[in-house]
Design a protein around this ligand. Structure first.
Ligand SMILES: Cc1cc2nc3c(=O)[nH]c(=O)nc-3n(C[C@H](O)[C@H](O)[C@H](O)COP(=O)(O)OP(=O)(O)OC[C@H]3O[C@@H](n4cnc5c(N)ncnc54)[C@H](O)[C@@H]3O)c2cc1C
Length: 384
């Protein structure tokens, strides 16, 4: 079937797409079963991704990055999602943490961390969520108390993507326990050999089983005050909020790529599976279901492409990014569910990609801001 050309693609991005596609197929897909069993990818995948130019693609060359834009991150994200490789979160590493450092870091901080993130020497994580504070981030309890030229950090974080491999962790802390959102700051920790830092277990998840989601603990961890992102206390909440449209759009980009993979898997299956002497594809229900899925995936891609164009022009606002996030993740779950149904019992077997997708996509409605929160953001903008 003809897919409409993407207005924002060009020859440079096509080359990157090709590189990314080959990378995920050769370096990741063959290891999926082993990585699933050990609950994490091999650490060296980060260095390989760095060598292939897939890390920090949207970070300027002067900081060791690829010198590209959000379009480069989008291409890599689409190829990773399309290949069903969850093994390492480049979205968190390059799409989120690198951009916090680029946007708010001092020159010294950018030169110190970004080049090593681009090679994969540093693996980055963002640690906001705590056992008692997820959606309501103002309630975080992890504290950073000034002691001379240092901060002393105490607390714990949970659900941290890349948490097992990460050696550069941006931690949301309270520098002023009494000040609510204005008391939140972001501190960057190089955690290798850092006294008082401990990783908890890799968490057992419903899906994305190759991804090292972990708990992190901080017990009187001492870091120099110069590790405060941007150098000014109390800016953390505003820093987190400003990056949200881009982060949420990346989730939407991945969701759309997954929809198309699910539909391709299912179309191939129903064309060869026979029921009552003819291919499953010959039944009107199958045809209509797939036609509906294809339509929704196509509409989703158009909307997300429009959001990408807006982001590139600096015009993607928070409510529109929230629409993209909730609607694509919700639609993704519905499409994968419809597709799984067409596989019958085989769709329930984890050796079939559609079963894995079913488990993998569910979290899209929860992380990056729960979808209910997205709707609240949209409604608030309508109620002014
Ligand atoms: C696989 C995975 C990876 C993650 N990676 C990271 C990471 O790298 N770093 C990090 O810091 N965190 C990460 N998270 C945490 C994630 O951001 C939180 O799970 C999410 O913000 C929801 O917080 P919570 O789980 O505490 O749920 P709660 O805040 O307890 O919310 C529970 C439910 O309540 C409802 N709800 C909440 N608020 C509202 C509201 N205002 N209006 C209406 N309904 C509402 C929603 O249905 C929501 O799902 C990850 C989570 C998962 C599952």
């Amino acid at each position: 079937m003809n897919v409409a050309p993407r207005a924002w693609m060009d020859a440079d991005l096509e080359m990157l797409r090709d590189t990314a596609r080959r990378f995920f197929e050769r370096e990741c897909v063959p290891h999926e079963a082993r990585w699933t069993a050990q609950h994490h990818a091999d650490r060296e995948i980060w260095n390989k991704a760095g060598q292939a130019g897939l890390l920090c693609a949207s970070i300027p060359e002067e900081y060791g990055g690829g010198g590209g834009s959000f379009l480069h991150e989008a291409v890599i994200c689409e190829e990773q999602a399309g290949a069903m490789v969850a093994a390492f979160s480049n979205n968190v590493h390059s799409g989120i943490v690198a951009h916090y450092i680029l946007a708010y870091g001092t020159e010294a901080q950018k030169h110190r961390w970004l080049p090593r993130m681009a090679t994969g020497e540093l693996v980055a994580a963002i640690a906001m969520s705590e056992p008692g504070a997820g959606t309501d981030l103002q309630r975080i309890k992890t504290s950073a108390v000034r002691d001379g030229g240092d901060y002393i950090i105490n607390g714990s974080k949970t659900f941290i993507t890349n948490g097992h491999h990460a050696n550069l962790v941006v931690v949301a802390v309270k520098t002023d326990a009494a000040a609510g959102a204005k008391g939140v700051s972001l501190v960057v920790l190089e955690v290798d050999g850092l006294a008082g830092f401990r990783r908890g277990r890799i968490l057992e998840k419903l899906g994305q089983k190759t991804l090292d989601t972990a708990e992190l603990f901080f017990d009187n961890v001492r870091v120099p005050a110069e590790n405060l992102l941007g150098g000014e206390e109390g800016k953390g909440f505003a820093q987190l909020m400003q990056q949200l449209p881009q982060e949420r759009l990346l989730i939407a980009v991945g969701s759309v790529a997954t929809m198309h993979r699910a539909i391709a898997e299912t179309t191939a299956y129903v064309r060869q599976r026979e029921v009552f002497g003819k291919p499953l594809m010959a039944l009107q229900n199958t045809r209509f279901k797939l036609a509906e899925c294809q339509t929704q995936a196509t509409v989703a891609r158009s909307f997300v492409d429009d959001c990408i164009a807006r982001l590139q022009r600096g015009e993607l606002d928070v409510p529109t990014a929230a629409m993209a996030k909730w609607w694509t993740t919700d639609t993704n779950c519905r499409i994968v569910d419809e597709c799984l149904q067409l596989f019958g019992g085989y769709g329930y077997m984890t050796e079939y990609p559609i079963a894995r997708l079913y488990a993998d996509v569910r979290v899209g409605k929860i992380y990056g801001g729960a979808n209910e929160v997205m709707k609240e953001i949209i409604a608030r903008a309508m109620d002014r």
